[in-house]
Design a protein around this ligand. Structure first.
Ligand code: MN
Length: 484
């Protein structure tokens, strides 16, 4: 592997193509169910999807609407007229002999994604275009035969094609992460990465720094996690620099990625590049959208990540807290609603609870439940009024995530409410002051060494099993010591 010093001599360039499965009920051109998850093979297929003679595709307008939403979330222009073309190739998972796609007049033109990196900087990735197309079926290979499952055939997709604007594995990861957020927030896709709702093809090339031309690129196909995009880009950078350093050539080819080995391997070189014989699909009329129709769909878009980033930057929320909250759209909506209903301080407290509830590992986890703001506002107010310690509040919060009890009911049932009753705390204060082990601290405090109060408060907390209100305990302590 090339050393960091050698790598520094080269410029890495990355462009990404992303297939996004649109969240429609039915397929792009037939009435078959669009959700193939957990279904038996070849049970959600319509003759249109296998291209039986005489079949006539009918365009799913919901898919068009979602494509427009996608384009608007991507800061792109929507074409007033776009068309479908046939892309011919032979493969057993494509019984029609061609994929219906958009080659010449795609629906989404240009676009820009601004993706935040972990260090606080932003990578701006321009988009070339995005087109609508149908998915193919799935082949499963056994030792001496293969089986075809057409459940996915005809599933509506958009393919988002970026410019080669990324120059590090971290930028590639940031881009796909943001793309996933944009597409799920806009309701374009369910975004289930495990089931391939978004799949990334990563084009990687290297060239000596300052070179006028990009190097030959390798395309790593079908990645389905943000982390694997980052790892594959890193691996390819090293592999290609090694080749160039040894005086060998990088070949333009398609490569596969293995999460297990952490390596890419050659699948096919560009020499067997196919001629797809693109031609307009005469069975499908062009998609015609007026500006008014496009605007109507755009006005229907919910808040996107940038809305929350601006709102929470003003709140003074730490950037990392904001970003982890944004991993879960329901959490983002909830915190935003709480901010509107109960103010900044409450929102800030709840934001911290939720951001620590999002594990960085479950990237793009399926959003489980929808919460109502009230329970969390109540919990926050209990902390504000010193009825709960912050540790106890965290415990109540964790139970709120999985139960429908109120915050107070949970705090009571777990016996977590702080004692703010003066006489009860005063009794404990007396007990602690009477203990011989407190004598030194009391003497210290009287001598002006105020730090010693911490030990005494600690004793009170211990005796009250953490439930005494510490501020009140300290106040009473000072009063009593003053009287001694
Ligand atoms: Mn495609």
């Amino acid at each position: 592997m090339a050393t960091a010093e050698v790598l520094a001599k080269y410029e890495l360039t990355i462009g990404i193509e992303c297939h996004v499965q649109l969240a429609t009920n039915t397929k792009l051109f037939s009435g078959a169910d669009n959700d193939a998850r957990g279904k038996n093979p070849n049970t959600v297929v319509n003759p249109i999807d296998f291209g039986l003679p005489g079949m006539l595709p009918v365009l799913n307008h919901e898919a068009v609407k979602l494509a427009v939403r996608a384009g608007k979330a991507l800061n792109a222009k929507i074409a007033n007229i776009s068309r479908f073309d046939r892309k011919h190739y032979f493969y057993p998972d494509l019984p029609k002999g061609y994929q219906t796609s958009q080659m010449y007049n795609p629906i989404i033109l240009g676009g820009l994604v601004e993706a935040p990196l972990e260090d606080g900087s932003i990578v701006k990735v321009r988009l070339d275009h995005a087109h609508m197309e149908e998915d193919a079926g799935k082949l499963t290979h056994y030792t001496d035969y293969s089986l075809v499952d057409l459940n996915r055939a005809g599933t509506p997709l958009i393919e988002i094609v970026s410019q080669p604007d990324m120059h590090s594995p971290a930028e590639a990861k940031a881009y796909v992460t943001e793309l996933h957020r944009l597409m799920t927030y806009a309701g374009v896709t369910n975004g289930d990465l495990y089931h391939g709702n978004m799949r990334f093809d990563v084009n990687v090339s290297v060239a000596p720094k300052g070179a006028a031309e990009l190097g030959k690129r390798a395309e790593v196909k079908n990645l389905n996690s943000f982390r694997s995009v980052e790892r594959a880009a890193e691996y390819e950078f090293n592999r290609q620099v090694d080749l160039v350093e040894r005086g060998e050539k990088v070949v333009q080819e398609t490569r596969g990625w293995s999460d297990a080995t952490g390596k890419t391997t050659s699948q096919r070189s560009k020499e067997d590049a196919q001629d797809y014989r693109y031609m307009p699909d005469a069975d499908i009329p062009p998609i015609v959208l007026t500006d008014a129709e496009i605007e109507e769909i755009q006005n229907d878009l919910p808040a996107l990540p940038s809305y929350y980033r601006d709102k929470w930057a003003k709140l003074g929320l730490d950037r990392s807290v904001t970003e982890s909250l944004l991993n879960n759209q329901n959490y983002a909506i909830l915190v935003s609603e709480i901010q509107d209903a109960a103010g900044d301080d409450t929102a800030k407290r709840v934001a911290h609870w939720f951001s620590s509830a999002v594990s960085p590992e479950d990237e793009a986890a399926e959003i489980a439940s929808v919460f109502s703001p009230e329970a969390f506002i109540e919990l926050s107010q209990m902390v504000e009024k010193n009825e709960l310690s912050s540790t106890a509040a965290k415990e109540v919060f964790n139970e709120l995530l999985v139960s429908d009890k109120s915050a107070r009911a949970i705090a009571e049932s777990r016996n977590l409410l702080q004692v703010s009753d003066e006489s009860a705390i005063a009794a404990i204060v007396d007990e602690v002051l009477a203990d011989p082990s407190s004598a030194q601290s009391v003497a210290d405090i009287k001598a002006g060494k105020d730090k010693a109060i911490g030990f005494l408060v600690g004793q009170i907390m211990k005796k009250s099993q953490g439930k005494a209100n510490p501020a009140l305990a300290q106040k009473l302590l000072r009063e009593k010591i003053g009287e001694l």
